[in-house]
Design a protein around this ligand. Structure first.
Ligand code: ARG
Length: 414
């Protein structure tokens, strides 16, 4: 009699296909697979059929694209979340959403275990498990890739053949790829050598900037409180907007990254990313923030964005600090509405125009013409006071000259 019911995060690839059979045998369990559709194009075809023919009793395929963009990507965007200053966290923001889906289905199905196909040296095991443990500490989590007997893909393929598991693997496939609408991450193969530039086939949705069109393209993005709502004046749902921008940006060679990053587990890894839509949105929103936020808020936000990115990267999505910082960014973004016009050309993004009814830019204050409304005399007192602590250090500790009384309007000297 079966006593265990395991909900398995299923991508349809070799690892998770083998996992379904392996888990059902090892734990004498009924297997329910769960696949979240985050806009990954390649892997989602016929996935339900595949899961059932591998031995699952039930296969969920859930379209999460709207929720992924509106509840996850928009938070990352509003929070300026770029890990180590660059990576737009596409894989990282997908994991908490998938963890939530797994927990919901496990609870609904009365499953006592959940399983994922992440390895023991990556970030995703941490994100999945921290997310699932936070949402339901009672579920037992299994990570077969950390402790099963297979030492290579070849051994997994042999097991698949022996157990009639349908697989479609190409042993030549040179990379490990994770894909969703917010971006694509590619690692392994030749990319493991940091001295080697990524070959062209490491990129799937972006044109090499050298081969991008000779003609530039101009786009206008409209934001409402930090959320992009229109492209060229046309209102669009979030997921559609991002995928349209992926196509546009990708065509112009925008959104490629080749970086070394610090993983949660301490390993440095080399990763190639493509996220044209995200890159365009981050660039545009930053311009709008520069126009509409006061200096202190803008500067403070930069620091908090770094913390926010680290929290997301490290898997702490469902935590009090994450929630509190999200509220901070929501508050800050209340002013950030308006339009940004960008020119896309051979991998570059140029800002052509910024407009907002909340703009804090004052031409009368900024101008060097006779329209100038700024009181230049105010600067002297400001500078005296802002430099005062440092003047004191010099007078009393370095030169030991001390202070003398001065008349109003006269500079202080001895
Ligand atoms: N390094 C990135 C992250 O931790 C992406 C990992 C995605 N996985 C892959 N097989 N490329 O978020």
């Amino acid at each position: 009699m079966q006593t265990n019911k395991i909900v398995v995060a299923y991508s349809g690839g070799l690892d998770t296909s083998v996992m379904v059979k392996w888990l059902s045998k090892k734990y004498n369990a009924e297997i329910i697979t769960v696949t979240g559709n985050l806009g990954q194009k390649k892997e989602i075809v016929n996935i339900e059929e595949k899961a059932l023919s591998t031995g699952a009793s039930k296969a969920y395929v859930v379209n999460l694209q709207k929720e992924f963009i509106e509840d996850y990507a928009w938070k990352a965007l509003k929070g300026g979340a770029l890990y180590e200053g660059e990576y737009p966290l596409a894989t990282a923001i997908g994991r908490p959403l998938l963890a939530k889906l797994m927990v919901e289905i496990a609870q609904k199905e009365g499953a006592n275990m959940v399983a994922h196909g992440c390895t023991g040296k990556g970030n995703d095991q941490v994100r999945f498990e921290v997310g699932m443990k936070t949402l339901d500490p009672n579920l037992q989590i299994l990570a077969p890739l950390r402790d099963w007997e297979f030492k290579s893909r070849e051994e997994e393929i042999m097991y698949a053949k022996e157990n009639n598991i349908p697989i479609s693997v190409n042993l030549e496939k040179p990379y490990s790829i994770d894909e969703n609408i917010w971006g694509i991450a590619t690692e392994c193969g030749v990319l493991e050598d940091t001295k080697v530039a990524p070959p062209e086939d490491a990129y799937q949705i972006t044109t090499n900037p050298k081969n991008a069109p000779q003609e530039s393209e101009i786009i206008k993005l409209t934001f409402n409180k930090g959320i992009p709502i229109k492209l060229d004046g046309v209102e669009m749902p979030g997921a559609q907007l991002v995928s349209t921008l992926n196509d546009l940006g990708g065509k112009h060679g925008i959104g490629r990254l080749d970086i070394i990053e610090n993983r949660v587990v301490g390993i440095k890894s080399r990763e190639v990313y493509e996220a044209p839509g995200a890159q365009l949105l981050f660039a545009a929103l930053k311009q709008l923030e520069k126009l509409t936020l006061d200096k202190d808020t803008f500067r403070y936000k930069q620091n908090v964005s770094n913390t926010y990115a680290n929290l997301i990267y490290d898997g702490f999505w469902f935590t009090p600090l994450f929630e509190a910082l999200t509220a901070f960014f929501d508050k800050v973004q209340e002013r950030v509405s308006g339009e940004i016009t960008l020119e896309l050309y051979k991998g570059t993004i140029k800002v052509l125009s910024r407009e907002s009814e909340n703009s804090l830019y004052s031409q009368e204050l900024a101008t060097y013409t006779e329209e100038d409304a700024f009181n230049h005399k105010d600067a002297e007192g400001f500078i005296n006071i802002t430099s005062l602590p440092h003047q004191v250090i010099t007078r009393y500790t370095v030169n030991k000259t001390g202070w003398v009384k001065s008349k109003v309007g006269e500079s202080v000297k001895k």
